[in-house]
Write a protein that binds this ligand. Structure first.
Ligand SMILES: N[C@@H]1[C@@H](O)[C@H](O)[C@@H](COP(=O)(O)O)O[C@@H]1O
Length: 259
């Protein structure tokens, strides 16, 4: 796991560079997209580079991580709508090349199985963007999620519903109780995982993610077992890391080492 502590406004550019390098060697790359506020600067930076002609996502495809269950089609908080507005509509990635789990299906288990199959058929995810919840969840894999889990229906914790109420005009009762989410086992198959966390509210989750014991209680800790993870954090999110100075030093001398 590589930990990069940098200014929040740098993170978007650094991840956009990773994406540009991926597209240069594989124009039909498969991206894993995350919703939430953490990836927004990445999407801004990628949109600017695509607009300037630096690279194109016309041959790429993408899978989203998760979706609420029970929101009507086109609901502004539905992750399909959010990802379309925050990212897809701003780049040349064709809308039909972006898939998400179908939280409106009458057969939720079947929808999850087809989603797994679609990811498999696409050859798996090349670069997965992730945020992290204050309780350490990744996608919607809440504390206690099995490390072997695949895409499935889950129940959201009260804390996640409270955190996400800000997208529902502050009304926690409007936040669905259930969701569909890629499992931890699914996410672990992405070839490169890029996790972004900023702000003091994420410091505890980041401490567990990077330096804590691997535990289903802090689901993101499974990433310690992944061979290629890059964690981008700002000073506030890094404030509880015991080896923060070491990560800064390593990053400053990155050009001298091979991973
Ligand atoms: N399902 C999403 C996660 O994918 C996201 O990482 C998390 C953090 O969101 P934010 O980046 O807005 O803090 O929120 C939601 O629960």
């Amino acid at each position: 796991m590589e930990v990069i502590i940098t200014r929040e406004d740098q993170i978007g550019e650094l991840v956009a560079e990773e994406i540009a390098a991926l597209i240069a060697r594989k124009p039909n790359a498969v991206l894993g997209l995350a919703t939430g506020s953490s990836p927004l600067r990445i999407y801004d930076a990628v949109a600017a580079r695509v607009a300037s002609g630096e690279f194109s996502l016309a041959h790429a495809s993408a899978f989203t991580l998760d979706e609420y269950v029970g929101l009507p089609d086109g609901h502004p908080c539905g992750y399909r709508t959010v990802i379309e507005e925050d990212f897809v509509s701003r780049v040349d990635l064709p809308t039909e090349a972006v898939q998400g789990p179908d939280g409106g299906s009458s057969d939720l288990d079947g929808a999850c199985a087809s989603y797994e199959e679609a990811i498999r058929k696409a050859g798996g995810v090349d670069l997965q963007i992730l945020g992290i919840g204050t309780d350490g969840h990744i996608a919607f894999n809440e504390p206690g999620s099995s490390f072997a889990s695949r895409t499935r229906p889950k129940t959201l914790t009260a804390q996640t519903r409270r955190d996400n109420a800000r997208f529902f005009d502050g009304n926690i009762d409007a936040v669905p109780v259930h969701c569909l989410t890629q499992g931890l086992g699914t996410i672990m198959e992405a070839r490169h995982v890029v996790l972004v966390a900023t702000g003091e509210g994420k410091a505890e989750a980041v401490k567990h993610l990077v330096e804590g014991a691997v535990s289903a209680f802090w689901p993101g800790t499974i990433l310690q077992h992944h061979p290629h993870v890059t964690v981008f954090v700002d000073d506030a999110a890094a404030s509880k890391l015991q080896l923060a100075d070491y990560y800064r030093h390593t990053y400053a001398h990155r050009h001298l080492v091979t991973r």
